[in-house]
Design a binder for this molecule. Sequence first.
Ligand code: MSP
Length: 642
Amino acid sequence: MPKRRYITTPIYYVNSVPHIGTALTTLASDVNARYWKMQGHQVTFLTGTDENGTKVFEAAQQSGQDPMAFVDAVSAKFVEVFRGLRIEYDDFIRTTEERHKRAVQALFERLREAGHIYLGQYEGWYDVSSETFYRESDLVDGKSPDGNEVRWVQEENWFFRLTAFQEPLLAHIEANPEFILPEVRRNEVISFIKQGLRDASITRANPGWGIPVPGDDTKVVYVWFDALINYIAAAGWPDGDWQSLWPAEVEWMGKDILTRFHATLWPAMLMGAGLPLPKTLVGHGWLLMGGEKISKSKGNVVAPMELAASLSQTANCELDFAVDAVRFYMASVLPLESDATYTRDDFDKRYNSDLANDLGNALNRSLAMSARFVDGKIPDAEIEAEVAEAIAHAKAGFAAAMDGYRVADATQAAMGLVRFLNKHIDTRAPWALAKAGDPALPSTMRSILMALRAAEGLVRPIMPVVADEIARQLGLPPTTEWSSIGEASSLPAGTPLASPKPIFPRIDTKAKAAEQRAKPQPEAKPPKPAAPPAEPIAIDEFAKVELRVARVLEAEPLEKADKLLKLTVVVGDERRQIVAGIRKNYSPEDLIGRQVVVVFNLKPAMLRGVESQGMLLAAVDEEGGAILLRPDKEAPEGAKVR
Ligand code: MSP
C-alpha cells in the first residue's frame, strides 16, 4: 500500500495577482507532487489564498470594492494563473471559507482551554506589508528589518505563550535534522529561537474583516495565526478524517516566511494543541530582479503567463510549449540556499541553450535519423551499456536531488541525460555506421531512442506538455510510472515513430539585438552604392560548387586568433571541422545546434595551424561582419543547396 503524502504551499495574499516570484513556491511544490505521483505515492497537493489580513482589506478598500468581491476576484486570478501554469493541485483552500473559519476558531479555543492563550495589552509596531509585529529594537532606521513602513499599534489583544515552547521547539529541531531544510535555514532558525522568543500577539482590533475571536468579536484572529491553520483545515481538522493526511510530508515556502512563522509559531501552535508537526519545512531562496526581491510592493513584477506569451512570440514556439519553458526556467533556477536573479536575457539564453539546442535537437536528430536508418520504427536490439548506465545515473541523480527537495539539481540531472544523448549521437555517428553497413546500427538507434524515452519521463514533472509531445513523436503513451523509466518494456520494438516536429525553435538573439539597435536610429547612414557586378559565369560553373546544409555541433574560439571560431559541423553522414572568421559577430553558444550552409567541396586549407574543411556562407554587413545564412525552416540533414 503506497504511503499517503500531503504536500502544501503557503497560501497567497490576494492583495495582488501572482508573479514569477510567488509562482516559484507553487511550481516547486507542483514538480515535487508530480514526481511523487509518478512514483506511485498517493499525493494530496494543497495550495490556496490568504484573504483575511489588514493588507488584503486595505487593498480592497483602495480599489473601492466590497472586500468579499475583491478577494473573490483576486483569488480567481490565482486559480487562473495556476491552471495556466498547469499546477496540478488537489485542493485549493481560501481562508474566507467556512471549513477554514471553523478550524481557526476551534484551534483558538483549544489553546485557550489548555492555558496557552491569555488577554494582554499590545504596544509596538506593525508592518502591514509582511503582517508582522515588531519591537522598537527590531526596527532599522524607523522601518521594518525588510525596509517596509511600520505603524504604531496599541490595543488589547490575546497573546499566545510562545515562550513556553522555546525549549520543546529546539529539542524537536535538534532531534529531527530533516525538519527544516536546507541546513543553512535550520541554523538560522536555531539562532533565532536561541535569541529568546516572546509571547505572540495573536489578535487585532476588529476592523470588520477577518475571523472573529470566539466569544470576543471586538477582535479578529491575527492573520498569520489564522493562515497557518489552513494546512490542517484542508486536511479536515477538527472533525474530518484529518489523520489520513496530517502531518504533512513537506511544507514548501520562501525563506521570508520560514523562521518566524512556519518554524516557530506554527509548530508551537501544533504542540500546544497536541497535534503532530509536519515532517519537513523547506524554505527556498528568492528570485531577484535588479538586486531586489521580486514583489508587488517593489513594482518589479513579471507575470508568468505574460512571460510565456512573449516567449511564444519571440521564439515562434507554441504557447503550450512556452508555458513549459517558463516552468523549466523556474525549476532550473530555483534557489535553495542562495537567491537567483531573473533577467529576460538569461531566460532567453537558457531557453536557447537548454531547450532549443539540447532538448529540441536531441528530439529532432533522434527521430530524423530513425526515419532514415531504421525505417521510422523502434528497432529491436540490445541497449548499449553506456546508455543504460547514463539513464540509470540520471534517474538516480534526479531521485537523490528530490529526496533533498533540490528541484534545480533534479532538473540538471534530467538535462544531463539530454546532453549525454546529443554527445552520444555525435560519438556513435549513426550516419557513419549506416554508410559502413555496420551491424551495430540497430543497437545504437535503439539506445538513442531509449535515452530519449527516459528523458521524456525525467522531464515530465517539470514540463508535462513537452513530455507528452515527446511521447507522441515516439509513437508511445506518456510515461506515467517512474519505475518504467529505462525499462525495455517502455520502448516496444516495432512501434512506428511520428515524423519529427520541432518544439523549441531557437530565439534568434542576433536578430533580436539587431531589431533593438535598428529602432533608435535618428541619423540613418546614406546607403552605400552597390558593388559593381562581377563577371557573369555559366550555370555549369556555378554547379561545380557543392553547397550543403550542415548543423553546428561544437563551436569554440580559436586560441590567439580573435576573429576565428573553430566549428565541428555534421553534413549528412559526415563530420567536418571548419574555421570561420565570424567571432566578432557570433559567440559559440549562438551557433551550437543551428543549421548553416557550407561549401562542401572546398579544398581544405590551414588557418592559424588548424585545418578548415569547408566554408560557411554568410552575407556581409556594413562593417564587413558576417550574417550567417540558414535555411528558412529546418532542412533535412545534409540537404543540397542549389
Ligand atoms: N500569505 C503569506 C503566507 C501564509 S502561509 C500560511 C505570504 N504570502 S505571499 O503571497 O506574500 O508569499 C507567498 C510565497 O511566495 C512565499 O513562499 C514567498 O516566499 C514567495 N515569494 C514571494 N515573492 C518571492 C520572490 N520574489 N522569490 C521567491 N519567492 C517569493 O507570505
